[in-house]
Design a protein around this ligand. Structure first.
Ligand SMILES: Cc1ncc(C[n+]2csc(CCOP(=O)(O)OP(=O)(O)O)c2C)c(N)n1
Ligand code: SF4
Length: 278
């Protein structure tokens, strides 16, 4: 396989955690393609932000969506063409902030998508404002005196919303992250990989994460065990926190129909309308 490179010049800051996400994703695609995934059956979607630039750096088909709306776009693409495997790259501001309702409902209905959250605890592209996962005390242009709010825990929110695959990764553990992405894409249903992405410019968390990230050995068995793993604060657990199988939304809604591929011609549509009207 080629390395999916494009002509676009990379403008991420040297040391940005996004580089690890890009490399891990490329590794994952290589492994999935070696396993039989056809390039034409893979599509990517990205929101607007530093994370969204990954769309420019990958020679893959897809849709560069609006800030906060990539989940809605991806769900539409999946329903039109259920044969696609879709990977959605979002920022924490993009998905846990502005687009939160789309994320919760995509998890609730088990939309067959893989969501990779570049969770850097800041609105990176707009120069470092606080997001829902910014730590208490985080300073930026907003809030300049430090955030007085506690961050929310996206993993427990996703578990409570019904996500069938929930994982957390760290770009420094590159092969581990690539494994998570492969497993997330293989899961037929809603998969979320929250990536602890250091932003060297606005939220440099390398030291914090290097000292607290710990690999989970086995997938927790029960929902309660998954919740407990997601909520651990003494160590930040990385790995698969929940993995269960459930019928995906498109199959429940459409059965085996493939709306884009099975589209009727104009005359077939007229014939169907005539029949309906008697
Ligand atoms: C609908 C809409 N709202 C707000 C913006 C402005 N905007 C663009 S990027 C961005 C921040 C992105 O932050 P995040 O999603 O955390 O991604 P990061 O840049 O950190 O990767 C914002 C607020 C926009 N482009 N469109
Ligand atoms: S500002 Fe932060 S997120 Fe954006 S490229 Fe630089 S290090 Fe990465």
């Amino acid at each position: 396989m080629d390395n999916l490179a494009t002509y676009a010049e990379n403008t991420w800051c040297p040391g940005c955690g996004n580089f690890g996400i890009l490399t891990a994703f490329k590794q994952a695609v290589g492994r999935l393609e070696a396993d039989g995934l056809a390039r034409k059956d893979l599509a990517i979607v990205a929101g607007i932000g530093q994370h969204g630039k990954i769309f420019d750096y990958l020679k893959l088909s897809g849709f560069y969506a609006l800030h906060g709306r990539s989940l809605a776009t991806a769900q539409g693409m999946k329903l039109a063409n259920p044969g696609l495997k879709i990977v959605v790259f979002v920022g924490d501001g993009d998905s846990y902030g502005e687009g939160l309702a789309h994320l919760v409902f995509a998890a609730k209905r088990n939309a067959d998508l893989t969501v990779i959250v570049h969770n850097n605890g800041a609105y990176g592209l707009t120069t470092g404002q606080a997001t829902p996962t910014s730590m208490k005390g985080f300073r930026g242009p907003s809030p300049p005196r430090g955030s007085v709010e506690e961050p929310f825990n996206p993993l427990s929110l996703m578990l409570a919303s019904g996500a069938t695959f929930v994982a957390r990764g760290y770009p420094v553990k590159l092969n581990h992250l690539a494994d998570l992405v492969v497993r997330a894409i293989q899961n037929e249903g809603f998969s979320l990989v929250d990536v602890l992405q250091p932003c060297v410019t606005f939220n440099n968390t390398y030291e914090l994460y290097n000292n607290s990230v710990t690999e989970l050995e086995v997938v927790p068995e029960t929902f309660e065990d998954s919740m407990a793993a997601a909520r651990r604060t003494d160590r930040l657990l990385i790995g698969v926190i929940r993995e269960v199988s459930a019928d995906p939304y498109h199959r429940q809604l459409l059965g085996d129909r493939r709306p884009a591929a099975d589209r009727l011609s104009g005359s077939q549509r007229m014939e169907a309308i005539r029949k309906t009207l008697g």
